[in-house]
Design a protein around this ligand. Structure first.
Ligand code: COA
Length: 324
């Protein structure tokens, strides 16, 4: 294994232009702005155009991340896209993005780990950069067009989700103990019926599927697994909650985030939230929140930042970053 670290060299995000407010949703299903804001903390979400696919959203976020990193496409030698809403079953959205960006013919593949997917992708990219002889710079994107799998007649789910993409440029550096330091990741696939998109029965044809969710089960499990992941991450890195300068959680529901912060014992002024304007964008949510936190100087050099996510599967993860 090489010495050195993997740092976040650049960040980028993209939110489609069209905004769907709670008030507009209340004209589509039996709900209200007040109910949605009180139960979720969400006021609006962005919705992609019909002609925009996952790889198009990813393209915009990737371009922004490359610009932020002051790098060119030829500098990238690994591409991973995390998504549950790929343009098509195959080719992967990463392969499509490779062509759209005009990258060299670098290894490009998708990861599907739902809302934890971006943290899974970071873990894979970090190990390849740290251990692989030929990788120096990775583009990791979380990109979702959730509006394509939302049932717009189901008020218990359609209020939650939005479309967006976020991207990191990761780079190997010989410096020690900075950047992405450690991750705790897990999965429990024993209850797929609690949050899924597809058929739970074997089928012979591919039909249009919408996501289905048992809201309260997901709510409880998300707090439980995210708290466990954060605590394990802190323990094995000999840190305590007072060492966390900034927690950037998956932006699913403000009540989930508040309960998580309370269970860890972290004040909300150390927890970054932007879900009010984005809704839940699945694997795009953490890189978008991170980009916004970075650009608003929410964290500083030497800070310990923890990213934490939970999603269908169930899957979960927590990642520790020391900001250089
Ligand atoms: N507007 C108005 N009423 C609604 C509604 C809506 N959009 N959606 C559900 N309701 C109703 C229900 O029908 C129910 O009515 P009833 O009491 O007459 O049966 C009532 O509100 C309470 O429903 P419940 O499901 O218990 O609400 P809740 O407080 O659990 O909130 C969620 C629902 C979905 C907001 C919440 O469970 C949640 O956020 N879960 C986690 C979802 C999530 O984050 N998923 C992604 C994970 S990555």
């Amino acid at each position: 294994m090489k010495q050195g670290s993997v740092i976040v060299r650049g960040v980028g995000s993209y939110l489609p232009r069209k905004i769907l407010t709670n008030h507009e949703l209340a004209l589509m299903v039996d709900t209200s702005d007040e109910w949605i804001r009180t139960r979720t903390g969400i006021s609006q979400r962005h919705i992609a155009d019909t002609h925009e696919a996952c790889s198009d959203l990813a393209y915009m976020a990737a371009k922004n991340a490359l610009a932020d990193a002051h790098l060119q496409t030829e500098d990238v030698d690994l591409l991973i896209v995390s998504t549950i809403t790929p343009d098509m079953i195959f080719p992967s959205s990463a392969a499509l993005l490779q062509a759209k960006l005009g990258l060299r013919n670098v290894m490009s593949f998708d990861i599907n780990a739902t809302c934890s997917g971006f943290l899974y992708a970071l873990e894979v990219a970090t190990h390849l950069l740290q251990n692989g002889k030929s990788y120096k710079c990775a583009l990791v994107v979380g990109s979702e067009k959730l509006s394509s799998i939302v049932d717009w007649k189901d008020r218990s789910t359609c209020i939650l989700f939005g479309d967006a993409a976020g991207a990191f440029i990761l780079e190997y550096t010989p410096a020690e103990h900075v950047g992405i330091l450690d991750s705790v990741l897990g999965a429990d696939g024993s209850s797929p019926e609690k949050l899924y998109c597809g058929s739970l029965q074997p089928t012979t044809t591919i039909t249009k599927h919408f996501m289905k969710m048992s809201g309260q089960e997901v709510f409880k499990n998300s707090i439980y697994w995210m708290r466990k992941a954060v605590e394990e991450l802190l323990e094995r890195n000999h840190l305590t909650k007072t060492d966390i300068a900034c927690l950037i959680p998956h932006q699913a529901n403000l009540r989930i985030i508040q309960s998580l912060a309370q269970s860890i014992g972290l004040p909300m002024d150390r927890v970054f939230c932007n879900l009010e304007v984005t809704g839940n964008t699945s694997s795009a949510s953490i890189p978008i929140a991170f980009a916004q936190a970075k650009n608003s100087h929410y964290f500083h050099s030497g800070d310990n930042i923890i990213l934490v996510a939970f999603g269908g599967g169930f899957t979960w993860g927590a990642t520790l970053i020391k900001w250089p």
